[in-house]
Design a protein around this ligand. Structure first.
Ligand code: FE2
Length: 366
């Protein structure tokens, strides 16, 4: 594995009170901590890609930033790269995605800039370094091949994977993926740029689409959303239910241990019942009933750290002239620091078992 060597300016370490807040809420907003020059280059890069693949959208004319039509969506799908992965630019409705997450610019912007903070939170020497692409243009890194990972591969690799449930080995393997494939699954790239176009529809009174990422097991503990442009309130900011991380973590592990409830098992149950509306998750419903959601926003370069199990939703973009531009990344614990057996078992160790001594020592009520 390449030696971690962040050559980009580092986000300052968190204070004890910031760590306490992160433990309590499961989320922490760090306004404008990322390099403004890298953010500017990331915006320029985004508009270059749009100019090439969706030229009807003009950078200087927000009236051209309307939703992606069905024909446009179909056109993007036809442009899947031959060696697998997704089209560089794709989208549907108000969501526009650019899969540039394995490029050095995207990695320098967020994952490498917040490296010091990631090691502070998860433990020095325990985090997979986001090296990006190798000389062959592919991204290779460790991936725990669980059922959630199989789902991710099936939907993002661009080649059909048969019987992905059977293929899950629940062991960590070196996974090699093409540059616009699921490079976040092996820690080598971000999810790319997730944009929400102006005037996006309301999720409705019950926050349709709110969810917690992936299974409780696995190697991801800490994720972030980074805004490469100014994001005013009510413009599609990542929205979370503070404190939900602990409740979901505990409930999902309990269900896994007591009933063997896996990630895909739970989703299958929901699908068979007729979708989420027919079989809502009782805990998610309870959280939405007793907790006020918190919508993040901030100037360009704002970094939002969150515990991977927190209940969240991309916010509604009510603006008419702002595109929500966020890149999302999840740090992975290395195999050396977290065995497969431990990644598949919380072992009664509590939600902060796999975090640094510093994090575990801080009282979240302080
Ligand atoms: Fe999510």
């Amino acid at each position: 594995m390449p030696t971690p060597s962040p050559s980009v300016p580092q986000v300052a370490p968190l204070t004890a009170s910031q760590i306490a807040q992160f433990k309590r809420d499961g989320v922490l907003v760090l306004p404008a901590v990322l390099d403004p020059d890298i953010c500017r280059r990331a915006r320029d890069d985004m508009w270059e890609t749009i100019a090439a693949d969706l030229p009807r959208m003009k950078r200087d004319d927000p009236s051209t930033w309307g939703p992606i039509t069905a024909e446009e969506t179909a056109g993007f799908s036809a442009r899947r790269p031959a060696d697998g992965g997704e089209p560089l630019l794709s989208g549907k409705g108000h969501r526009l995605t650019i899969r540039n997450g394995s490029e050095d610019l995207a990695l320098d912007l967020g994952p490498r800039a917040a490296w010091q903070v990631a090691e502070q939170l998860l433990g020095k020497g325990t985090v997979v370094w986001p090296a990006g692409l190798d000389q062959s243009g592919f991204a290779t890194g460790p991936c725990l091949m669980d059922d959630g990972a199989m789902e991710g591969l099936a939907s993002h690799l661009g080649r059909k994977i048969e019987n992905y449930r059977e293929a899950a080995s629940y062991t960590t393997e070196d996974l090699r993926v093409p540059k616009t494939g699921p490079v976040w699954m092996n820690g080598q790239g971000t999810r790319g740029l997730y944009c929400t176009l102006p005037n996006s529809p309301s999720p409705g009174p019950n926050w349709r689409g709110s969810h917690s990422d992936g299974p409780c097991y696995g190697r991801t503990r800490l994720q972030f959303a980074a805004y490469i442009d100014d994001l005013p309130p009510a413009s599609g900011g990542f929205t979370v239910w503070p404190g939900s991380h602990t409740r979901i973590w505990e409930q999902q592990w309990k269900a896994f241990h007591e009933q063997g409830t896996t990630h895909t098992g739970q989703r299958e149950q929901m699908r068979m019942a007729g979708g989420y509306d027919a079989l809502p998750d009782p805990l998610f419903e309870q959280i939405k009933a007793d907790t006020q959601p918190f919508e993040t926003h901030g100037p360009a370069g704002t970094l939002v750290l969150w515990h991977t199990k927190i209940l969240h939703i991309p916010g509604q973009n009510k603006s008419s002239d702002v595109i929500r531009q966020a890149t999302i990344y999840g740090y992975l614990k290395t195999l050396e620091s977290l065995s497969d057996a431990l990644a598949m078992d919380d072992d009664g160790g509590g939600i902060w078992r796999d975090w640094s001594d510093e994090v575990r020592a801080i009282d979240e009520r302080s």
